[in-house]
Design a protein around this ligand. Sequence first.
Ligand code: NAG
Ligand code: NAG
Length: 363
Amino acid sequence: MMRWLLIVLFPVVQSYLFGCYYDYSQPLVLPEQLPIGVCTHVLLIGAINVKNLNVNIIQRPYNGLNALQSMRDYRTRDSNKLKIIPSLVGDDDEWKTAMKDSESRSKFITSLIDFAKSQDLDGLDFDWEYPCGAYKSLFSQFIEELRLGVRKIFGNEFLLTTAVGAGKNTIDDCYEIGRLGESLDLIHLMTYDYHSIYDKQTGYSSPLYPKSIETDEARQYNTEWSAAYLVEQGVPRNKILIGLEGLGHTFQLNDSNIHDFAAPVVGTGYGGGWMTFIEYCLLVKTAGSNWDDEAKVNYTYYNDQWTNVGDVRAAAEKALFVKANSYGGAFTFGLHLDDPTDLCHHGETFPIHKTVARQLDLL
Ligand SMILES: *[C@@H]1O[C@H](CO)[C@@H](O)[C@H](O)[C@H]1NC(C)=O
Ligand SMILES: *[C@@H]1O[C@H](CO)[C@@H](O)[C@H](O)[C@H]1NC(C)=O
């Protein structure tokens, strides 16, 4: 009876995870500036890659060991609850060599475990874009073998995660997603890059929901659809982290007067086709902006230019979506694209990250 009462009085609240990619090679945000108590795990990009069946520590143009040390320092500052998880990237050929047979996988796995031990890591993230075709099942096999090896050495605390593309074709062709959903701890679902100039019309990089004018296959190009698809394929909800990107595509409009969603475009716009969150928030101070209440995103245009980058309101909507659907949490790409000095006057540093962390009850 007492016990039942306690449960009623203190219901178990789901706690959410918030993964933050951090690209060490983008020095607009220095490791010393990173926010405290915001992320639950930091995914370090740019320290290591796959080479000759080994974890290779990048030597140039900076030393990857410095990046790893700065993450351990960050973990200490963050009262040691923060997990540090380097993200492993590599050339397609290097990945394929490492996966090809059980001998190669075993050598690679030994190297991964030695590296994790020597660098005092909390996990490893695999960012192979993408293990398609014949490598689809070899990748699952590799993760399962690694899982066994890791469990022996580190127990169950050590996290194995991946980044996964959000398009249906990528998921179908490149991942045994249900199988991975069993052996991985977390899937960072890259719910962005849904639309680009290849569509020959304006479109949002990371819409939360479909628009009412979208029909048939067009209704698959949004966060809600991709996440639901993973669940349908058997991935547990609490292992799915919903992605936010600090970048958006720029477009050149065919006609400056036609500038809403799905307006005809003739090519990429300024900035070589990309705009960062900071550039966007500075731009909209003068150009103004619009809120699409169906897709839950902000967009702007001026003359023949059109762009959309996730702002704080879109970030808050995504975090609410995570909670409403009981997903495991969110992740960003990344800390290096947020505003570390409040250049945009949101009233706080790292406004995107802090908005998400607050909505997920972490701050
Ligand atoms: C592009 O603009 C031109 C001139 O305004 C117009 O004739 C043409 O139909 C437009 N193309 C598309 C695809 O809307
Ligand atoms: C997004 O759109 C709304 C409505 O137009 C606006 O109030 C808000 O400031 C916009 N966000 C940014 C970053 O400009």
